[in-house]
Structures are given as C-alpha cells and as structure tokens.
Design a protein around this ligand. Sequence first.
Ligand code: CP
Length: 300
Amino acid sequence: MLNSLVSSRDLGRHTIELLLRNAEAYGNQEQTGGSDGTVVHLFFENSTRTDLSFQVAAQRLGLRTLNFDVAHSSASKGESLLDTLETLEALGVDVVVIRHQRDWPKELAGAKLNLGLVNAGSGTFEHPTQALLDALTMRQSFGNLKGLKITIVGDIRHSRVARSNLHILTELGANVQFAGPDIFRPNDLVEVPWVDLDAAVEETDVLMMLRVQHERHAERIDMRSYHESYGLTEERLARLRKDAIIMHPGPVNRGVEICTAAMEDPRSQILRQVSNGVGVRMAVLDWCLQGGKHGKLVSA
Ligand code: CP
C-alpha cells in the first residue's frame, strides 16, 4: 500500500521529523537515484516552483516521469478526475502529484485507488510540501523550531500555505500567529492569535509574507495602500530583528506584500526555500513509494 500526502494533518510529529531528516540528507547528496516507480504530475493550476521541483526531485531519485498536459488531455473532454486517476493506475503509474484550483476534490475521498496521491497545492485547502520545505528552512536557520515565534502575514483566509504551515510548525513546537487586514482574517482558525504587524516585526523570529490571492476572491485591493499597511516596507524592514528571517512561498508581487530591499536582504530565505523544495519533494516521493506507516531513514 503506497502512502499519500493530502493534508499536513496526515502527518504526526514522527513522520514530519523523518521527512525533514530525509529531505536534508537528499539535499546534501551529490549522487542519488536507485528508486523505482513512475510519477505523473497532474497540474490543473499554474505553478513554477512546485511543478519544477517535483520534476527535479523525481529525476534525482531516478524515477520514470510521464508528462500530463491537462489542456491537451481527455480532462478537457469532460473526463472526471477519478476516471483519469483510474486510467493512470491501469497504465502502471505509482504516484500522482496533483495541483488543483479547487479544495482537494471531494470525489477522491474514499476512492479505492492503488496509487500514492500527493497534494501539490489545492484551492484554499492545503499545500503540505510547501509547509515541509518552510519548516526545513527554519530548522536550518535556527536549529530547532521549539518556541520560535512565527508571524504569517497577509491573505490568510485564502492561503493553503498558512493552513499547512499552522499544523506542521505547531507540531514541531513553534508558536504561530497571523497578521493582515481584517478582510483576510479567516472564519476558522480562531485559536491562532491575530496580531498587529507593526508590533510583530520587532519581536518575531520569522516573518512569512503571503501573496494576495486575487484569483480566489472578488475583493478589490488597492495595492499601494496594501503595501503601506500590510507589506514588508523598507521602514518595517529596518525595524525587523537582526536575527530574524524573511520568508515567502512565492510567487512574489514585489512592491505589494514585500519590497525589493527585503527580497535582497541577507535575512531573506526566499531562494533557499525554493532550493529546499527539491529535497523535501524527494523525501515525500520516496515515502509515498515505500508505503508503510513510518518510512525509512535516508543516509546522507
Ligand atoms: N509556492 C508555490 O506553490 O509556488 P508555485 O505556485 O510557483 O508552485
């Protein structure tokens, strides 16, 4: 039975730790390969980082990959996602990596498929591999997440990244808080402190800025006033602690949620997050293919 990763909540602390250790080991290896399996990337929504890093990860593991161009597939003729997945299973595919504009498609709940499914970002639901690579980046910066203060800023209501990070980071002992405009305050997650950004920049260990998810809501936002009120401006950058780090899952809208100076600041870990995506996705693909509850440790 192959493993699937649909929600961060599928992962307990033990498995999160195993995946992070394996991701780090894969990141340090010069030579990889030797895994066996076939992976398909099924991307119904655009992506740069996630799509490419899953492709690099599969190549580095030595997996066979099949191209699936949604626009030119029979999905465009009305074939359901479940029928598509059953077709892929019949073709001998082992793992399907799915990005979808909808929250994790309901028709997949309870489906009897002998496939590993990986959520590569779905609607406003979750993006678990992003949260794993974020946790790895923080661990590389601080050694340990226990007691870290992490402020996630912006469009929390529509953010799958915030939802996955909340679970993974809390499991690892961090304290997560949110900041942003009231219109982006979620109706759920009421247990998470909602703080003032200007106070938070002076005390937070991690400042994670999020993009406004225009494609997921109808609110019209004035970008200039958003930047002044809720962006990482040069003025807030100057007040950020010297030992704090700046994160952003990407894609970035410079001058909206974050200024160019913050992108280029030595405290910015944004490109390191991208690099860590490869090791994390290698660890996740490998864990899916191994099956079993716990998975095995990879040696560096
Ligand atoms: N962080 C992230 O999911 O980026 P992409 O949309 O480019 O994959």
